[in-house]
Design a protein around this ligand. Sequence first.
Ligand SMILES: C[S@@+](CC[C@H](N)C(=O)[O-])C[C@H]1O[C@@H](n2cnc3c(N)ncnc32)[C@H](O)[C@@H]1O
Length: 209
Amino acid sequence: MSLAETWDRFAKERTPRRAVNARGQSTWLNWTQYPDHGPDEGVLGTPLAGLKVLELGSGNGDNLAHLATLGATCTGVDVAPSREAAARERWGHLPGLDFRTTEAVDYLATEAATFDVVLSIFGAVWFVDPDMLLPLVRARMNEGGTLAFSHLPAGSQELKPGKAGMRHDRTPEEWTKLLHRHGFTGVRTEIIEPPTGQSAATMLIRATV
Ligand SMILES: C[S@@+](CC[C@H](N)C(=O)[O-])C[C@H]1O[C@@H](n2cnc3c(N)ncnc32)[C@H](O)[C@@H]1O
């Protein structure tokens, strides 16, 4: 089965995001797998209006749609064709938002566009060898830009999303070394504890260039 087919199959099991969150908002950014939990786009530390944002593994586009409503110009890439279709159906009416069906390495290696913010929320940064991906991300980032990504902490027993072998689990210390090696600075790592009654924490990593 190809990578696209594998992720299309995964997409079929996903429940679409709710129409509104607990605050009554129709768009929001969620770094964790739990609804109404964890920090929002504020951790990016910069007003988003006017910035160019790329999300690697953008899924149904829900997080990126929120940044588009804040005035960012957003591109989401995802290897699964059904994800682009779903994202366009739900968010295609928003200006400044584009979705592409492409593998993250292929996109970064072939597109000339550069970005102020690169995001990956349980996305491609977790599923591609970081020694291959990070130099390509770095080359597509504008000076002063931010890379931010989240995924399960290394060693988490939860197998989803993705089979265990597909994930590139790294500890915060390993991510810090990797990011420094590939030209990123200001690395910050944090563990977001799960909500009461849930077991899986989330690791959030931020770095600047
Ligand atoms: C667990 S889902 C998360 C989706 C979305 N970021 C979210 O938070 O709902 C992982 C996504 O990354 C995509 N993906 C995985 N590996 C990828 C790669 N190498 N290039 C592009 N997309 C990839 C999958 O198709 C899937 O949509």
